[in-house]
Design a binder for this molecule. Sequence first.
Ligand code: I22
Ligand code: ZN
Length: 197
Amino acid sequence: MDHVANLRKHFQEGIELRSRMMETLAPEVAKAGLALAACIKKGGKALACGNGGSAADSQHFAAEMVGRFERERPGMPAIALSTDTSNLTAIANDYGYDYVFSKSVEALGNPGDVLLAISTSGNSKSVLEAVKAAHAKKMTVIALTGKDGGALGRMLAPGDFHLNVAHPRTMRVQEIHLLVVHSLCEVVDNELHFGGT
Ligand SMILES: O=C(CO)[C@@H](O)[C@H](O)[C@H](O)[C@H](O)COP(=O)(O)O
Ligand SMILES: [Zn+2]
């Protein structure tokens, strides 16, 4: 196999998707970032969840909020719900895997908090249950999805944000999701710590 030729196709597909998303998704990401900044400014926090690569994305997001993104500034409250193996194993064992994130949303979420819900298919039950729990808590949902947005896209409420990467390949969707995570951090940092620039 000509690996270089094959990989060039991957790079090219990624370039084309980024270019398309810059036009369609960037304005929506900016709006979601402003909502996240407003939540933090009022004393709220962000919870984040997803499975597999999306669990990694949710942890990446929380680390950049709590630690730092590009510039020095005070830490901001964000928790990835995939990091506590005692919670995960107890909840999965006692209630079922579908509830691993929703139980934490019920326990930690307050009205006005934000849930960053990440699913490339939009159909992972654990993420859908987390969104249900967030709505019950009157939280705002920022949903990162792929493909057609799945059930997650269809269950969002007014005031939520749907950041959909309409592409059939999971890995391509994930590559844009990471760009979205960084973009959300960039908007929050600029709004809250660097004079809105
Ligand atoms: O990273 C990858 C594939 O690139 C996988 O780990 C992937 O995240 C897992 O299969 C997830 O369970 C997929 O869930 P979802 O994105 O459909 O909610
Ligand atoms: Zn992956």
